[in-house]
Design a protein around this ligand. Structure first.
Ligand code: CP3
Length: 332
């Protein structure tokens, strides 16, 4: 069993497990080389050979316990009929949402269009050591909606919260495809799932239950029914992590860098914790990186804990510093 699963399923505290969000990405020169030859990001994600190669890049370079498949949460809206473009220095741009078109999708077509992702998982699993996990992921419905329906800011968000009936109709349908996507990824060889609710922090407290907790709960329920270990990441919700944990009950929670790790250790019970350290620390001196890592390792020393960050690695990260951080965590 992988160390990640030993911690997630058996709650082991005497083994370490390390992986990083965005461990396959622009901070690696070998990724930038492939990316410069593949200007269309979506097309790159659907290239099974390259996607598998990119997923293994961090594994070949560092002493990590898990690979995460190179893909993107926005492939789901893309396959459901909305064109997605990644514009340099701007981020992802998603075409106008059309409800009729969205509702006319069907599950067989979805699985067929997503097939290159599943082939990439198969290829990666074959090349990955048996003691390592292969993590697959999805975006939570709310976070996908912020891209599908409008701008990722408080005002843009208000527009589609005006018609909650319509929003809930879309969420219900999205959950169907997201569960299918999870099942397909697991059947292809991935063994752990992470749900990214990166924009949960945009929701007002009153809307959190309906648009964050509830959809995450539905998907976690599906994972549990199918015995799929699941990690949730409701970024930016502050002390509401407490209610998230009570309502959703995932196997693990990734804390973001705004969460005080001591508070998390005391308040987030019956759940494995992951991550927390601010990715910007990796841009600082080695001393500062180690001191910060030590803080998390000390606080979580007698509970099951997965070493990771409070959000993804930033493109400016020096791979050599990441290597040293991994060595530090291993030896500590
Ligand atoms: O973690 C990994 O190594 C696996 C790969 C992965 C990517 N995207 C590849 C990627 C994962 C897990 C994601 C998830 C994702 N995608 C999220 C949730 C996590 C988070 O960061 O909050 C979100 C919100 C997206 C949507 C997305 N994709 C954005 C906002 C951007 C552009 C901004 C950015 O950070 O570059 C992307 C593009 C993207 N996805 C890149 C990578 C490596 C960079 C693409 C490039 O080379 O230009």
């Amino acid at each position: 069993m992988s160390t990640l699963k030993k911690i997630l399923l058996e709650k082991q505290i005497d083994c370490k497990s390390i992986w990083f969000m965005r461990q396959a990405g622009r901070y690696l020169p070998e990724f930038r080389k492939i990316r410069s030859q593949n200007k269309n990001f979506i097309k790159l994600c659907f290239d099974s050979n390259l996607s598998s190669e990119i997923s293994l890049q961090p594994i070949n370079r560092f002493d990590l316990d898990s690979a995460i498949i190179f893909s993107d949460i926005l492939l789901v809206p893309y396959v459901l009929g909305q064109d997605v473009k990644f514009v340099k220095d701007v981020g992802p741009i998603v075409n106008k949402f059309e409800l009729d078109k969205f509702l006319s999708n069907d599950i067989e077509e979805f699985s067929r269009k997503m097939d290159p992702v599943y082939r990439a998982i198969e290829k990666t699993r074959k090349k990955l050591n048996k003691n390592k996990s292969l993590i697959s992921f999805i975006g939570a419905p709310w976070t996908l909606l912020t891209y599908m329906l409008g701008k990722k800011n408080k005002d843009g968000k208000k527009d589609f919260l005006k018609d909650k009936k319509k929003t809930n109709l879309i969420i219900k349908d999205l959950i169907k495809y997201l569960c299918l996507h999870i099942k397909n990824q697991i059947n292809s060889g991935s063994d752990v799932v992470q749900i990214f609710d990166s924009w949960a922090g945009l929701l007002d407290k009153n809307d959190l239950h309906e648009f964050c907790f509830k959809p995450n709960y539905e998907i976690v329920k599906f994972c549990k029914k199918n015995k799929i270990p699941v990690i949730c990441f409701p970024r930016g919700i502050g002390s509401e992590y407490l209610n998230f944990n009570k309502e959703v009950q995932p196997d693990a929670l990734n804390i973001d860098y705004e969460i005080d790790p001591k508070w998390a250790r005391e308040n987030l019970k019956n759940v494995v914790l992951q991550g927390g350290m601010h990715p910007q620390f990796l841009l600082k001196s080695e001393e500062k990186i180690y001191t910060e890592a030590k803080k998390y390792l000390d606080i979580f020393k007698d509970v099951p804990y997965i070493f990771n960050l409070g959000h993804g690695l930033v493109p400016e990260t020096n791979p050599e510093k990441l290597k040293k951080l991994i060595e530090f965590v291993r030896q500590y």
